[in-house]
Design a protein around this ligand. Structure first.
Ligand code: EPS
Length: 377
């Protein structure tokens, strides 16, 4: 299972090609559009989300709502292209339109411009924009539909924004349901109020805020990923995929960095067996992965998301043409995209899980996959 995305933030559309799905798998458009809408929400977003209404347009790979095993190609329209055509039209676009020559510290602007030999950073920011994550959400959402019949479900929530954090501990998959109705995807109402106040304050000060998001996946069979090779380890693959999300600066599995501070007796999850539950654990510090393999417990991953580099109270930078000191560019932006990043992390996690799932339980046809499905325990 693999995919590519294409598309500029203010170009005509985002594009995705997903290849490797089994044949005969039902795909429901509404489910994908729901995930796309989830990603668009969140307190702290800027003006762009009032323009966009992300919807998937499938071009190939499906017939009558069922996969053909051929590459599934899709687009998600950028409505804002109507306002940007003058600058972004593939052939007629004016390359001097809305140039960006004052790189934002923390953004792809500067290294991208130096690497590709541009003075204008527009071509860099158009592609490095987190708008691209809409395509990844669509991909992940399709894989959600593949995993659902096998009892695998994912959910996400926001653990902290700035210094405002949730109090609830320990969490389970079921405890996350309330996040869907929170403007900041937070299950703790008092923390959510503090998060929104922090966003308001950052906005008033022309600043931006990051945070920590968590994804949980339940119903994973034992043995996704493998200990036998570095690039087959499920935790390593999750870290790779999650770190590739714009603004993610750290990834933790289970108790993550905290395990380094505790003795082994308080880190490792003791093993039990009884007739009803089979092999099981009473704790889940490992976050559902041991030795690079799923161990049958809930998968728990967290991402640290840095604050967006576009500040309305700009940081110091230089003018790329004169190299004189200047204030960084003020593009329209979000104050905080952490609630959206939680949704992206959930869908990116599901893609990695689906990829590993197909390696162990995959067949050419979906019906055969379901017939042969026998999780080890
Ligand atoms: C982004 C800047 C903003 C965000 C955008 C990411 O867009 P614009 O420059 O058009 O105002 O809204 O996020 C999205 C469009 C999205 O769909 O998430 C950036 O510079 O990364």
């Amino acid at each position: 299972l693999r995919y590519l995305t294409a598309g500029e933030s203010h170009g005509q559309a985002l594009v995705g090609i997903l290849e490797g799905l089994p044949a005969g798998m039902p795909v429901n458009r509404e489910g994908i559009d729901e995930d796309l809408a989830r990603r668009q929400q969140g307190y702290g977003r800027g003006g762009r989300m009032a323009i966009e209404q992300d919807r998937i347009h499938v071009l190939s790979g499906l017939r009558g709502g069922v996969t053909l095993a051929s590459p599934l190609a899709f687009t998600i329209e950028n409505r804002d292209y109507q306002n940007w055509q003058q600058g972004m039209d593939p052939f007629q676009g004016d390359v001097t339109y809305r140039q960006v020559v004052h790189p934002r510290p923390g953004h792809a602007d500067l290294p991208g411009a130096l690497k590709y030999g541009f003075d204008d950073m527009r071509p860099i920011l158009e592609r490095s924009s987190a708008r691209e994550t809409a395509a990844r959400v669509a991909v992940g959402s399709i894989t959600r539909q593949m995993l659902q019949p096998f009892g695998i479900e994912a959910a996400c929530h926001v653990v902290s924004i700035g210094s405002a954090a949730i109090q609830h501990q320990p969490l389970t998959f079921e405890s996350l349901t309330g996040a869907e109705n929170s403007p900041v995807r937070c299950i703790d109402e008092s923390a959510a109020t503090k998060m929104m106040a922090a966003i308001d304050q950052a906005k008033a000060q022309g600043d931006s805020l990051g945070g920590v998001v968590e994804v949980r996946v339940k119903g994973l069979p034992v043995g996704l990923g493998s200990h036998v090779q570095w690039d087959r380890k499920l935790d390593a693959r999750l870290a790779y995929a999650l770190m590739s999300i714009q603004a993610v600066k750290g990834v933790e599995i289970g108790d993550g960095f905290e395990t380094a501070r505790r003795p082994g007796s308080q880190v490792h999850d003791e093993i039990y067996h009884d007739k009803d539950r089979g092999i099981h654990r009473k704790t889940n510090h490992a976050g559902g992965i041991e030795g690079g393999m799923s161990n049958g417990e809930e998968l728990v991953v967290r991402c640290g998301v840095k604050p967006i580099p576009t500040l309305m109270q700009p940081l110091q930078t230089i003018d790329m043409r004169t190299k004189e000191p200047f204030e960084a560019v003020k593009e329209r932006s979000d104050t905080c995209a952490v609630p959206a990043a939680a949704v992206v992390a959930e869908l990116v996690t599901l893609f990695v899980v689906a990829q590993a799932f197909l390696e162990t339980f995959g067949r050419d046809s979906f019906e055969e996959m379901k017939r042969c499905w026998k999780p080890s325990r």
